[in-house]
Write a new protein. Sequence first.
Length: 201
Amino acid sequence: MGLYVGSFSVASLIGPIVGGLIVSLWGWQWVFWFNVPLCVFAIVVGIAVIPRDQVRGGASLDLPGNAIVIAILALTTFGISQASSAGWTAPSVWLPVLVALLLLPVLLWAERRCDQPVLDPHVFSIPGVRVLYVAVFLNGAARFPVLVLMSLYFQSVLRESPLRTAVALVPLPAATILASLALGPLTKRYRGSWLSAVGSG
């Protein structure tokens, strides 16, 4: 599990540096084109390496669930992205977010009636899963805004280049990698709640 979590931090470590280098040399547009061959490579490797599951009879893609999830994410992202220019009280901000919230019970209703839902509501009845999801959400809410704000500070206030900004942010994912690798052995000796409390402090 430590290696699994650490892989995300490795991506956070390499991604900004490579992205900063690309932006400095060719412009921000090439950040998006750079991901295309990586995605193609990942798809090819996934098809070749990942073993296929035995599909049960009648298995199908949860199209309604996927459509609702995409709508919720798109509306929420659009609404929040408008806040910086229009303000939080603007209809272009709160209306998409409100519609996304209203779609949540629709998503739960659709997933309860699907044989193979994209988001299984029964998973949340497993002891500890709800707390785990809340912890992951709070962890992300604490980590990622720091990266965004510090990036803006280095480039807008200190006038640093994208590459120098990425290098300056290296200690954040590097510390996460070391902590993730150390948590595996520590969980065998100490309770997870204690380690979470220490990490939160």
